[in-house]
Design a protein around this ligand. Structure first.
Ligand code: BTN
Length: 264
């Protein structure tokens, strides 16, 4: 069975979601670039693009997403009519964490939606939206999961920073099965955004790395901000207390914990 048929069969067995269009080439530049082209052409919600390998995989904050064989590279199109559309990236993080949990892998979420296992990056999500006069028209959610990475092929600094489902002892490491778990959980979280957005925020908070009150550095654009991590609010924004007690509310960025010098 080819991977697209295996995905369709796994989703049918789980009761959905129904995918109106699936593209799954062996290799692509970026699944998100292809999906965005489909979105601009009017493709329906839940159209998905996957690939075995990406040659130009993109991460958040302009980073590259190294995409060798053995990973899940999935982009899914949503056309949300939601009051709290800003929560969608967090909901996607919860969905991926739940899918990993289904496979027996315990994860934590680092704002906005890095999925960590054993303190290392297991999955990342790139959320790209297009808006019109009526608000957000579509969102391309690009999801990358390290399923069975051959870490020997990675640069040494990456080897220390990443993990994979197989390294964490997942019950199933077939990419179509992982994709089905992610999409099925995403469908549930997406519905919850409409019916009970607060539940999505609490699900996110309950899985968050426990860094509350710690000093962190947030890189958003060129100037990193340092401060005390306060909370993630009901809109999904990160609240930071800078030196002098000034509060900043951030909508995007990359959070890293600041190790305090000891004995000072
Ligand atoms: C991150 O920086 O953590 C986000 C990584 C997102 C990677 C995925 S892989 C599928 C989709 N296509 C891309 O080019 N990027 C996303």
């Amino acid at each position: 069975m080819n991977p697209a048929s295996a995905l369709a069969a796994a989703l049918a067995a789980r009761g959905g979601p129904l995918l109106p269009g699936v593209e799954w080439p062996v290799s692509i530049g970026s699944t998100s670039d292809r999906l965005k082209a489909l979105a601009r052409g009017g493709a329906p919600e839940w159209t998905v693009v996957l690939a075995d390998v990406q040659t130009g995989g993109r991460g958040r904050e302009g980073r590259t997403w190294v995409s060798p064989p053995g990973g899940l590279y999935l982009s899914v199109l949503l056309r949300p009519r939601l009051e709290k559309v800003g929560l969608l990236p967090l909901a996607a993080g919860v969905a991926v964490a739940e899918a990993a949990g289904e496979l027996g892998v315990r994860t934590e979420l680092k704002w906005p939606n890095d999925v960590l296992a054993s303190g290392r990056k297991l999955a990342g999500i790139l959320s790209e939206a297009a808006s019109g006069p009526a608000g957000v028209e579509w969102v391309a959610l690009g999801i990358g999961v390290n399923v069975s990475l051959d870490s020997a092929g990675l640069a040494p600094e990456m080897q220390a920073a990443v993990t994979s489902l197989s390294a964490e002892g997942a019950a199933d490491v077939a990419v179509p099965a992982v994709a089905a778990a992610v999409l099925a959980r995403l469908a549930v979280c997406y519905d919850a955004l409409r019916s009970d957005p607060r539940a999505v925020v609490s699900a996110w908070r309950s899985r968050a790395v426990p860094w509350w009150g710690s000093q962190v550095e947030v890189r958003a654009g060129r100037t990193p901000l340092r401060g005390r991590l306060l909370e993630v609010d009901e809109e999904g924004a990160l609240l930071l207390e800078l030196t002098g007690g000034v509060r900043r509310r951030l909508l995007s960025g990359e959070v890293a914990r600041v190790r305090q010098a000891s004995g000072a």
